[in-house]
Design a protein around this ligand. Sequence first.
Ligand SMILES: [Zn+2]
Length: 296
Amino acid sequence: MKIFDPHIHMTSRTTDDYERMAAAGIVAVLEPAFWLGQPRTQVGTFIDYFSSLIGWERFRASQFGIAHFCTLALNPKEANDDGLAGPVLELLPRFLEKDGVVGVGEVGYDDMTVREEKVFAAQVELAKTAQLPVLVHTPHRDKKRGTERSLALIRESGIDEAMVLIDHNNEETLPLVKETGCWAGHSIYPDTKMTEERMVALIRRYGRERMIINSAADWGKSDPLKVPRTAALMASAGFAAAEIEEVVWKNPADFFAQSGKLDLSGVTEPGIAPKIDQSLLFEGNSVLRGQTPRKS
Ligand SMILES: [Zn+2]
């Protein structure tokens, strides 16, 4: 079956990960712009970061037969830096028009500060203007209140809730999201947060509609194969292949297709080798280190 991991930070991952992901059936990924682990100090680094997400990283994914899309935003943590926030918000509209950019994100709360709220609201407005979906990160600490406040901000903004994906849900926050028209994302992590087992239990209880699963893999302890692993557990729990594909492919594809820019024409069906040409270069650079290019 085809798998779409709709929240993964590939920039932090290796080519081995791309190979393992492709072998596990992942044919498309969505990379939200995020926090790099230490604060950026210059606006120019955002220009280069956004450019790499729509340039080099997209090319790198293609070299392993994976379609790469992204959402762009100023992340909640760095929204607290006044020197960055204004100028990055000014940059965003022209980047949101680029190919492969299918939404605004990840936006939301980290510490739930006044600054974060201002930047969150401003970016929802950018999404409304650009008619793009929004990916909302919910905070790790005080998650329930963070989710309630995020949903309240979304409601007040007047954006169509069907254009909003509230991410990183758990048993406590999912019922809140299900009361709205928003989509519900779940990040499956090793050891913490949501596990495959708990995710399957949530799908049993709440059904498959507007339910989305991702690995949220990044530079931290995480696993880029969590979506295929959850799909495998759904299969052994008795879900039919079409039901699993609804969650791991159709839902994320339907959500981001609302951008009008989700071009899935290059995605191949399961069992058919994807079109890969590793002899191609991106601005003169290749992912190869003298290896023979694969072509299929
Ligand atoms: Zn993330």
